[in-house]
Structure formats: C-alpha cells, structure tokens
Design a binder for this molecule. Structure first.
Ligand SMILES: [Ca+2]
Ligand SMILES: [Ca+2]
Length: 318
C-alpha cells in the first residue's frame, strides 16, 4: 500500500495544531489571610486578586478567623460571606469576593474544572453563585446552587444542572463541590461531584451531563467572583450565604480535554484540603489508618501533591 505523503510544512502545522495546551492550575484561593479585604491567587493567572465587599457593599475583612477553614487547622481560615442576608436571589446583596475590574487574561478553554468547599449558613439554592468568570453578558462561566439539592453550570447563559443530591442542601458543615467540563466533546462532557470533609468517605459523582457549548472563548479581559458574581457587572446580586474555602479553577487550551480533571484527580483535591487522621485514630484504629494511607498513595500516583493546601502541580491535571 502506498501512502500519500503530506508536505513537511503541512505536517508541521498539523502537529502544532494538534498539540494540546497543557492543563494549568489557573486560580487557587486558600483564603488563609487574616483581617484583610483581599485574597491573592496562588494559581498561574495574574491580576486575579479578590477584594471583599460585604452585604452593605463596603470593602472589608473577608476572613472568618483562625481555625474556621475546611481542615480545622489553627492557621486555616475561610472566606466569610455570612453577611449576605440569604442565598442568591433571596439574599440579593453584593456580598462576595471579586476582582475589582476585569483584569485577568484566560483565552479559549478546551476544558476546565471548578472545585471548592462551602459551609452554608442557610439552605443553598436560589441560584446563589459559588464561582464566576465574566467577560460580558454573552461570555461567562458561572457555577451556582440552583436548588437546595442541585448545583448547576452556566456557560454563556446555557445551563445544565447536577443530579438532585441531598448532600448539597446541608448547612453548618463543609461540603466539597466540583464540576468538570470538556468542551472538545458535546455529550456526557460535564460532570458534577459532591463530597464531605471525612477522609474515609468517598467522592460522589452527582451527574454526567451533556452541555454542547463547545470550547469556551474568554479572550477578553475577565473578572473573577467567588461567593457571588463578578462585582462590577451589575449582576453581582446572588450571594452565597456562608463560608467558602479552597476554591480552585483548572483549565486547558483549545483542543485539549486535560482541564476536565478525572474523578480521582478531583478526589485528590478534596483529600488535600482536609486533615490527616489524628493521633487518636492512629492509636485506636491502626488498620483504618493503614488502609487510608494506602488509598492516598495509590491516588497520588496520578501526580504529586504540592503541600497540604489543595495545590497541585500542573502535570497532575493533564
Ligand atoms: Ca483556608
Ligand atoms: Ca447570612
């Protein structure tokens, strides 16, 4: 059989076109500041420092205090958005952490993952925004608590929700949430997850959905919001009423599905935020501890965790 040879220049351009842009840990907010109105981004994107506005629309301290973060460790704080008078359209205030302008460059995303934790003061729902990237009214990504038992993802106004899962409705305890989206596919390309802060419990897949929004063009200047929408777009009036912590965003460029993290990668994010079993558990339940260590060792084969703050190296999201 003879194979037609393509000109070398065409081959070279095809190779460049097919080369997947690596997955990057673009945004990571650990919310471990103290008595400050800002939170810096530990991810790769610049210009993504968040500033806190409370329910009175006044810049102020965003932190809940030492030991109130997901891990319960003394130096672990959280974003305190409890000044919101209620969830989403009920709260209807601008309480939330946001960039003060559209100051972030992202580009076109082939795929992405949003992950984080919330600890609700009031029952979630009423379209309270957990996370938002905003370019303009037709270019945005929003993850929100659609009802008391569902979260949902909107891309440019087209939304799809998770399965109805009772765990999302909890108040007063830490709930892990994540959504992974693969824009290089149009079917079964959006997955929602829920978990808790118990290291021995499993991450739960709360829906495999189809959202045919394609790759996400965020090629202009982008505003970021956590616990509400982007502050300056006039629609940042759907606060999440409660605490939030360890919110992260992973993305990969055009043609790449690597930004849609796998279930085990997402579970690694969950485990990285919560405490190791204590000495008491080691003494009282040595077997369980050993099993847990083995599980963690296995799951970390996908890549190496960098520290205990939910920060992962870029290579592990590919
Ligand atoms: Ca924290
Ligand atoms: Ca409140």
């Amino acid at each position: 059989m003879r194979t037609k040879l393509l000109p070398a220049t065409l081959l070279a351009s095809l190779a460049i076109g097919m080369m997947p842009k690596a997955c990057a840990q673009m945004l990571v907010y650990n919310f471990n500041g103290t008595n400050s109105s800002t939170a810096s981004n530990a991810g790769s994107l610049s210009g993504a420092t968040l500033t806190y506005h409370n329910a009175s629309n006044t810049v102020g301290n965003m932190y809940s205090g030492a030991g109130t973060g997901v891990s319960g460790n003394a130096n672990d704080n959280a974003l305190d958005n409890t000044s919101a008078s209620g969830m989403g359209t009920i709260g209807n205030s601008m309480a939330g952490a946001s960039t003060t302008s559209r100051s972030v460059s992202i580009g076109t995303l082939g795929s992405f993952t949003i992950a984080g934790w919330y600890n609700a003061s009031t029952t979630p729902g009423s379209n309270a925004k957990l996370f938002e990237l905003s370019q303009d009214s037709s270019h945005f990504v929003t993850l929100y608590t659609e009802s008391s038992t569902r979260i949902a993802l909107s891309i440019n106004g087209t939304s799809t929700n998770s399965f109805s899962t009772a765990g999302y409705s909890g108040t007063g305890s830490w709930i892990f949430f994540a959504a992974s989206y693969n824009g290089t596919s149009s079917t079964n390309n959006l997955r929602f997850y829920i978990g808790d802060a118990n290291p021995t419990s499993s991450l739960v897949l709360s829906g495999t959905r189809s959202l045919a929004s394609g790759e996400v063009a965020l090629t202009g200047a982008i505003g970021v919001g956590v616990g509400n929408g982007y502050y300056n777009n006039g629609a940042a009036n759907r606060p999440f009423d409660g605490l939030m912590d360890d919110v992260s965003f992973y993305g990969a460029g055009t043609g790449s599905a690597a930004g849609a993290l796998s279930m085990s990668q997402i579970n690694d994010l969950r485990l990285a935020a919560i405490p190791e079993p204590g000495t008491a558990m080691l003494l009282m339940g040595g077997l369980a501890f050993t099993i847990l260590r083995l599980r963690r060792r296995q799951s970390s084969r996908a890549g190496t965790l960098r520290g205990r703050a939910g920060i992962a190296s870029d290579s592990r999201c590919g």
